[in-house]
Design a protein around this ligand. Sequence first.
Ligand SMILES: [Zn+2]
Length: 334
Amino acid sequence: MSFTFDNALQNTRSTPLPMVMFLVMLLLASCSGSAPPVPEVHLQEQKEKNMPYNKLTPEEERVIVHKGTEAPFSGEYYQNRETGTYQCRRCDAPLFRSSDKFESGTGWPSFDDALPGAVKEVRDADGRRTEIVCANCGAHLGHVFFNEGMTAKNVRHCVNSVSLNFQPEALKPPATRTAVFAGGCFWGVEYHLSKVKGVLSVKSGYTGGEQANPSYKQVCSGRTGHAEAVEVEYDPSQVSYETLAKLFFEIHDPSQVNRQGPDVGTQYRSAVFYADEEQRRVAEKLIAELKAKGYRVATTVEKAGKFWQAEDYHQNYYEKTGHQPYCHIYTKRF
Ligand SMILES: [Zn+2]
């Protein structure tokens, strides 16, 4: 058991006088025999000379260096529910995981655990609470409280947002991507694109207009602004967007304006709905190639918006009916 000043004071209540005198002498001896304690701030200044720390704003310095407290319900992170890691604002050392964060209702970010060895507990200057500091740089973080019954671990690291930096978990690149094409009646476009290796699913639907949740009948009226379109989910490691887009230009006639064969109306327009800049770049490049070959390309390149899946009877129409597409016939153009 460690010997503390508090123990000594408590002991005076029940310990006989000679024992008290012995304890006092022991205290005096240990104090006079050691060098005066170095204030924490000086230690930090020494470390700062050797290590490049992040520059602190006056508010960060007030909390981190001078052990201040931010106003509750004011910090950046007390309501943050994102997945990631909380780092020391001053030295970037990882301190807490978002999975250990819980809603304590106190107005400060609260964690019932810290990363192993990341946080050091020290007796607060007030003699009552336990202060927590960054084990790497000594930055003041807040306080730790026990036995409040808030979580199963029964611990609450109460931390100032201003002492932390949140690092969101790096998003993994999606394993699959989506492409949307409109080239007349969606049955035929869907039929051809579904045959490509690396295409995982195809859906017929409506996009490019304003009306929410449109029906086939509404789209056929030509007044919704939507085009009949196909959403293709594909594995980019097996098939490129360019391969799909080239096929799209070869299974419909991109020179027809607001029609495709017998189907007439803006809902049958030729359009590429791009999901990102790369898709837009590829679509425009292919259109330029076709124009260079003499095609009068009518295809519009539009930013992808909400895709409304069509009624079930439109999905896999040719597969279900056993028919062949009547106006989507492959024609080599590239
Ligand atoms: Zn630190």
